[in-house]
Design a protein around this ligand. Structure first.
Ligand code: APR
Length: 273
């Protein structure tokens, strides 16, 4: 879909209309999913070309197994066995932001986008320069203390394979990967941030998500319930398509770039974002 995509004048007119909704809103919050990173070479989970479409769903008991035996879970983390898990880990490490991530960081810089909630753990929004960013499913490159929620960059903690699991230097709690596993509670500090962003939001820009995993999938519905508008960017239909105010049918990169173009054209900004 992405390689042979051509932006038609009709779609560009729809993007222009969607830009007006963004500029009329008082607080635009974005919700992004795996589809936004497809153009960075990271496959989605579901739908065409999805990891789980290809390999089937992974075991959903990772968090329970971590709780049962953190040391063993760390040994598996340090030596992943599943082929697709190894492949994804390498892909995540090499991926770079695409024009969609860059456009969203620029939309934030010129004051159109207030905050971005991402379900992606690939760190690409941060690398693209998004500042007001809520990583609701964590960040694959970080570690997190299960007690005090302290985050650690990889080089801040020495992982000794003979002394697993690594412990928090602040409170002595057990450290785990920051990626939120199925069945694991969303870290309370991030969840509070998401609810606060959604509370003030009157226009949600949803990019590249099947909108099937909660609580993130609830956020667009909450905005609609309060009379806000919902702009969806997705090359395929999703759970949100029937309720979206505007559905922009195409890949995130090309569409977000045009949204930025129309936003800049409508409101010249001092900032050169
Ligand atoms: N641009 C935009 N969207 C795209 C593109 C693209 N180039 N390619 C695919 N998509 C869309 C698909 O149509 C699909 O709707 O991206 C969506 C990806 O859906 P999922 O793979 O389900 O990813 P996501 O919605 O982020 O999953 C939510 O589920 O697997 C868990 O924790 C994981 O954060 C993830 C959560």
């Amino acid at each position: 879909m992405v390689d042979d995509f051509v932006l038609s004048p009709t779609l560009d007119a729809e993007i222009n209309e969607a830009t007006k909704l963004l500029l009329l809103a008082s607080q635009v919050v974005a919700l992004t999913g795996a589809g936004l990173s497809v153009e960075s070479g990271i496959p989605p989970f579901r739908g065409p070309g999805g990891l789980w479409t290809k390999y089937g769903e992974p075991p959903m008991d990772g968090y329970q197994r971590f709780l049962a035996d953190p040391a063993q879970a760390w040994r598996e983390r340090l030596n992943p066995t599943a082929t697709w898990a190894k492949g994804l880990h390498e892909t995540l490490g090499q991926a770079k932001p695409n024009i969609g991530h860059d456009a969203m960081a620029a939309l934030e810089k010129i004051g159109v986008l207030t905050a971005t909630i991402t379900q992606n753990v690939d760190d690409l929004h941060r690398q693209a320069g998004s500042q007001s960013l809520l990583e609701i499913h964590g960040n694959h490159a970080m570690l997190r203390c299960m007690e005090c929620q302290q985050r650690y960059e990889p080089d801040e903690i020495e992982i000794d394979p003979k002394a697993l699991p690594p412990l928090c230097t602040s409170c002595g709690g057990i450290l785990k990967g920051d990626t939120v596993q199925f069945g694991e509670p969303i870290p309370p500090d991030v969840l509070r941030g998401c609810y606060s962003a959604v509370e003030g939001c009157d226009c949600m820009l949803v990019v590249g998500t099947s909108a099937t995993v909660y609580p993130a999938a609830e956020f667009p519905l909450e905005v609609l319930r309060r009379g806000g508008c919902l702009i969806e960017v997705n090359p395929y239909e999703s759970e949100l398509t029937p309720v979206a105010t505007v559905s922009l049918r195409g890949p995130g990169g090309a569409i977000l770039e045009r949204l930025l173009h129309h936003a800049r054209a409508r409101q010249p900004y001092e900032a050169t974002g």
